[in-house]
Ligand binder design. Structure first.
Ligand SMILES: *Cc1c(COP(=O)(O)O)cnc(C)c1O
Length: 392
């Protein structure tokens, strides 16, 4: 005899996490010993810089750091975050109220609808987009309204297209520039327009800036909080994951509107108990020491970008060079669907990419390639694709 175990409806309605599916596929491939090139996932292949690891080791030795951390993080970490923001973006933040460390930004993005969205409320979600915006909305019984990001509008949403009846029910609006998966960037004028939109319709802006430091050709992306009045209408999520090759460490933060942060903290206080304090000390070291390691990382990704994009163009795929992120968003050849192309690349070239449709309806017609393998492997990607025939 065993009991009948049934998932809750809210879990049953969740799609399988995109990358969980790809992980399964890779496990099968590994068993067969096939030489795969995996450029499907946005997880840096390079190690965390040494000085950060040393800071963790030292902090891990101290028994004081073995106990529960505070819910809102070490003040010293919040001060380090505020100073980093001041230096990078010229934005002033109060470390007491306008800064909250997170167990990775995904954690904060996943929890924020719990604080502000009632069942039946609407959340505006970019499509294509990072899947968590939509699934966290589903988990609280909210309805996501898809805001299309189209190539002809440089993957920026057209705010005037969102219907009035949706706007009156909308509580949150997720945005993400530099963008995953399209690699699009935006300018300060766009963010200024977003602030006005938020004020007009009383919607909280949640801007995800996970890729703000992965930029090329020396052109730095802007912060949402640089727009006038942004702090009155929203917050910005950040992460050490991509900037410092720390995806496994689980440390990020959210900054901006103090009431929004207070709401999120109230939820978090009841669900988690903060970030391992040794990781917080390593985070302080990361943000306060030399940023040369980030320059070096940008140079590596830029060289990879050039290798992959030039290579694709040489074999007749028309691809633009991204200005930021470590993704290349590639139109599928001959109007094939993204799944057709991804399957063909897996089966005939042993290359794993991500189908655009996995990021939403408007991701159809594209595949995403990540610059998370070295240049030699990217040249191999081009060599393998070169001999394939993509027929309509
Ligand atoms: C990687 C990623 C994150 C999550 O990063 P964390 O490791 O949870 O800090 C958030 N948003 C986007 C768009 C990402 O690609």
């Amino acid at each position: 005899m065993s009991i009948n175990i049934e998932f809750a409806d809210r879990v049953n309605t969740l799609p399988k996490y995109l990358f969980a599916k790809i992980d399964e596929l890779k496990k099968e491939a590994a068993k067969k010993g096939i030489d795969w090139i995996d450029i499907s996932i946005g997880d840096p292949d390079m190690p965390t810089p040494k000085h950060i690891i040393e800071a963790l080791k030292e902090a891990a030795e101290n028994p004081k750091n073995h106990q529960y951390p505070s819910y809102n993080g070490l003040l010293e970490l919040r001060v380090a975050i505020a100073n980093w923001y001041k230096i990078r973006f010229g934005v002033e933040l109060n470390p007491e109220k306008e800064v909250l460390p997170l167990i990775g930004s995904k954690e904060g993005i996943g929890h924020i609808p719990f604080a502000f969205v009632n069942p039946g409320d609407v959340v505006l979600v970019p499509d294509p987009g990072y899947p968590v915006y939509q699934t966290s909305t589903t988990l609280v019984g909210g309805n996501s309204h898809t805001v299309p990001l189209r190539g002809e509008n440089d993957f920026l949403p057209i705010l005037s297209e969102i219907p009035q009846d949706i706007l009156s029910k909308a509580k949150l609006f997720f945005l993400n520039y530099p963008n995953n998966p399209t690699s699009a960037t935006c300018n300060l004028e766009f963010f200024q327009e977003v602030v006005e939109f938020a004020n007009r319709h009383n919607i909280i802006i949640c801007h995800d800036a996970a890729y703000s430091e992965i930029y090329f050709d020396g052109i730095k992306p802007v912060s949402f909080l640089q727009a006038d009045g942004a702090k009155e209408v929203g917050v910005e999520f950040h992460s050490l994951s991509k900037t410092y090759n720390m995806t496994g460490w689980r440390i990020g933060f959210v900054v901006g509107n103090e009431d929004v942060i207070a709401g999120l903290l109230k939820v978090k206080t009841n669900l988690d108990s903060g970030i391992f304090q040794a990781v917080q000390y390593a985070g302080i070291k990361t943000l306060t020491s030399s940023q040369d390691c980030v320059d070096q990382m940008r140079r590596i990704y830029q060289a990879r970008r050039d290798t992959l994009v030039n290579g694709l163009n040489n074999i007749g795929w028309e691809v633009k060079k991204p200005k930021a992120t470590f993704y290349v968003w590639v139109s599928t050849p001959n109007h094939l669907t993204s799944s057709e192309v991804v399957t063909k690349l897996i089966e005939e070239a042993r290359i794993v990419t991500t189908p655009g449709v996995g990021f939403g309806y408007y991701g159809e017609g594209y595949i995403r390639m990540a610059l998370t393998v070295d240049e030699q492997r990217l040249k191999e990607v081009i060599d393998r694709i070169k001999s394939l025939q993509f027929k309509e």
